[in-house]
Design a protein around this ligand. Structure first.
Ligand code: HEC
Length: 188
């Protein structure tokens, strides 16, 4: 791999004469709507398939079982649960990390353990997709769902599913890049 990539990279660098290769990638993505890093139709469709698989694995939805809750940290929620499992989406098996974010009046760890559905605000998911989906960011698919499986949106109305928000200074990828161990996972 490296043997082939390295000469290519130096040719690209020479051709760009000083332009950074990451700038080049951003331009390429911006000019092609099919390559929208997140919130496009492909990402939204995939998030629905993922939600169905998570439901079948009882990680979300009414039949979903809840691990013990714990006190959360910003930005996810006052109280959280985290559960990891392998699920299959469209023929691809990958690791899914499901974090439920709880909040609201009267919130406490005990209250959530007693009645999780009452306080569930969001279900944030990382799913390890096929190699090459997002090679620079370890091929994670990111999604933020409401309790009913609809997607949350950002302040520009973009649906939070896909490579969220690749190339932006804030968002899932930007913040999780800082997780220790270099695997984008905080709760190791
Ligand atoms: C400002 C920083 C920040 C942003 C933005 C953020 N997260 Fe996180 N995320 C964290 C932290 C910190 C944890 C560990 C929380 C805990 O103690 O359980 C975490 C945990 C998670 C986990 C459990 C796996 C892990 O890394 O421990 C998932 C899944 C997750 N986040 C998904 C998302 C998604 C999806 C988004 C975007 C919609 C997002 N996060 C945005 C900081 C962030």
């Amino acid at each position: 791999m490296k043997k082939i990539l390295l000469p290519l990279a130096s040719v690209a660098l020479l051709a760009l004469a000083g332009c950074s290769s990451s700038m080049d990638k951003k331009d390429a993505m911006g000019s092609d709507p099919m390559m929208m890093p997140f919130s496009g139709p492909d990402s939204v469709n995939y998030s629905q398939q993922l939600w169905a698989s998570l439901g079948a694995a009882k990680l979300v939805g009414d039949a979903g079982s809840n691990p013990p809750a714990y006190k959360g940290v910003h930005p996810h929620g006052a109280v959280l649960t985290t559960k990891t499992s392998i699920v299959n989406v469209d023929g691809h098996s990958g690791k899914a990390i499901v974090k439920k974010n709880f909040g609201g009046e009267g919130i406490s760890v005990d209250a959530v353990n007693a009645d999780p559905a009452k306080y569930l605000k969001a279900v944030t998911v990382m799913f390890k997709r096929e190699t090459g989906y997002d090679a620079e960011n370890q091929d994670w698919f990111w999604a933020k769902y409401k309790a009913n499986g609809e997607l949350h949106t950002n302040d520009k109305g973009m649906q939070l599913a896909g490579r969220v928000a690749k190339g932006k200074p804030k968002g899932c990828i930007a913040c999780h890049t800082a997780a220790p161990g270099g695997d984008y996972i905080y709760t190791n």
